[in-house]
Design a protein around this ligand. Structure first.
Ligand SMILES: Nc1ncnc2c1ncn2[C@@H]1O[C@H](COP(=O)(O)OP(=O)(O)OP(=O)(O)O)[C@@H](O)[C@H]1O
Length: 451
């Protein structure tokens, strides 16, 4: 009876208004101000939340008394975190700030187009009002910087894929990720040392080129096209690039992308310091020579919107046709348009076994800045493979054998993948392995000659 009486005298609106009023009075006389940093800001993931989490993870591991520990699947690092609804004091420039990790249950009736996490998570920062203007900006910048450092040092780099076909996970990501652990490096990559050095210099130049790109008004991105027969090391090269620069890899499966706008959304959700890879681009979509498409019509617009074949089976007629389609213009915008600049420090790598099938528009400089031909195994590359697989330096091998290897390797036209197979098979008996390799090269050379 009392409860219902109270409901009538104090309806919820009035109670809410009173609460608001008392809150205001409290804040007016309080020494502190509060900042909420929620995990999901509307529909987007809040980058600051991730940065604070990472920053505090290094800090709480030293100072916290109750911590949550996590280790992602296949990851090599353990992450410390502040337990739910726990708090910790951090000091910056002599000023104390209190961080609280706030976790609440999400109300089930909340409507959303995609599944949201069951818990609402966020951090609340409490600082004295008088310190707010002095340190807040510099403190947040400091946190972002520290978080980036920690991410680079501790966290496994990630290999992302869009295999879910455009659907988003509960945190709004279209990409799925696993820790990236490919062991290929430029040391293990068998190719001409001069060419290798040129690529390494180019990559380093790019990674250190922030001021250059800013000064010249260019987007901080670079495109590499890797082409050559299967087994010449295109995938190994991408892994070596990522390991060299410590970048994440986004492996874009074009056949899983339904239209241009989905392609743009995927691009928007990639982070900086990453390599975006489209493997076998000639097989993913049909980017036929634009001249062929353009023969009947000189209108430049039609040139960018040729008929597009999705995957290797269905033929679609552009995004406007409503089918599963991405157009050449969509792909060009992806690499070169306004949307390609929505992040920075990104490398696009396309690979193909048939460069002649690609549209010249895709190949022009600015889109694909460097064309790298992955050739059959040359003599310098062969020496690298022998060193990697058998541990033999050049001086460990008989001079006559070396001479013969040098003579036959170019004629044989064997890929590094074929050669590494021969070496792996016989790697326990090193002398035998070299002999077998020589025989295999001679055999292949003979066959090539006959053909
Ligand atoms: N240049 C190379 N240096 C060292 N190892 C190589 C090289 N090329 C190929 N290999 C070996 O062969 C395997 C296959 O190579 P990789 O997948 O990189 O070739 P690919 O050109 O990408 O082939 P595909 O076009 O079929 O994807 C690798 O795991 C690696 O062990």
């Amino acid at each position: 009876f009392c409860q219902s009486l109270l409901q009538v005298i104090f309806p919820p609106e009035l109670r809410f208004a009173c609460l608001k009023f008392f809150n205001r009075i409290f804040h007016l006389f309080s020494f502190y101000c509060y900042f909420d940093i929620t995990e999901i800001d509307g529909v987007n993931t809040n980058e600051l939340y991730n940065a604070v989490q990472l920053y505090l993870s290094s800090y709480v591991s030293i100072n916290g008394s109750r911590l949550s520990l996590t280790r992602a699947l296949n990851s090599s690092a353990i992450t410390f975190g502040l337990s739910n609804n726990d708090s910790i004091v951090d000091t910056f420039n002599g000023v104390n700030m209190l961080w609280e990790h706030v976790v609440t249950q999400r109300q089930s009736q909340t409507f959303s187009w995609r599944p949201l996490p069951e818990e609402k998570r966020g951090f609340t920062l409490r600082i004295k009002k008088r310190d707010k203007s002095l340190i807040l900006d510099s403190y947040l910048d400091y946190i972002m910087e520290k978080a980036n450092d920690i991410r680079r040092k501790n966290q496994d780099r990630l290999l992302y894929t869009n295999s879910r076909g455009g659907s988003l996970d509960s945190r709004g990501h279209p990409w799925e990720s696993v820790p990236f652990k490919h062991p290929s490096t430029f040391d293990t990559l068998a190719m001409d040392p001069l060419k290798k050095q040129e690529i390494m210099d180019d990559l380093l130049d790019f990674a250190n080129g922030q001021s250059f790109y800013q000064k010249t008004g260019r987007a901080w991105k670079r495109g590499y096209l890797l082409y050559g027969t299967p087994g010449t090391g295109k995938s190994s090269m991408i892994a070596a690039m990522a390991n060299y620069l410590s970048y994440d890899i986004y492996d874009l499966e074009l056949t899983e992308v339904h239209n241009n706008s989905e392609l743009r959304k995927l691009l928007m959700k990639t982070s900086s310091k990453s390599i975006i890879v489209i493997e076998d681009i000639d097989c993913s979509i049909n980017l036929t020579n634009r001249k062929k498409n353009n023969n009947s019509n000189n209108n430049p617009r039609s040139y960018y919107e040729p008929e597009i074949r999705c995957g290797s089976t269905s033929v679609c007629d552009g995004e406007e046709g409503g089918g599963n389609s991405i157009t050449l213009s969509g792909l060009l915008n992806f690499t070169d348009g306004l949307w390609s600049c929505c992040g920075s420090e990104r490398i696009f790598v396309f690979t193909t076994n048939h460069i002649e099938k690609l549209d010249p528009a895709l190949l022009r400089s600015g889109r694909m800045d460097m064309h790298i031909y992955m050739s059959y195994c040359s003599y310098p590359a062969l020496k690298i493979l022998i060193k990697n697989y058998l541990g033999y330096e050049e001086s460990d091998l008989d001079g006559e054998v070396l001479k013969q290897l040098e003579q036959v390797v170019d004629k044989a036209e064997m890929t590094p993948a074929d050669i590494s197979e021969v070496l792996i098979k016989n790697r326990r008996y090193k002398q035998k392995a070299v002999k077998e390799l020589l025989e295999a090269l001679k055999d292949k050379g003979r066959k090539e000659n006959i053909e």
